[in-house]
Design a protein around this ligand. Structure first.
Ligand SMILES: [Ca+2]
Length: 59
């Protein structure tokens, strides 16, 4: 699943915790690329990105 940061095919608390870790931090490397491609693309993690993740939630 493309919106799945830990790439295990599910969008769940593990992915949520990855976003939570990056919340308010300056994105680097793969995470910066991921945010640009699959989340809101504004270069930071905020509530918009969480809402995108939750929309794709599988549990
Ligand atoms: Ca964002």
């Amino acid at each position: 699943m493309w919106v799945d940061p830990d790439v295990d095919g599910r969008v769940n608390l593990v992915d949520f915790s990855i976003l939570a870790y990056w919340y308010g931090r300056e994105l680097e490397g793969d995470m910066a690329e991921y945010e640009r491609q699959f989340l809101s693309g504004d270069g930071k993690i905020d509530l918009t990105d969480f809402s995108i993740l939750v929309y794709h939630w599988t549990g």
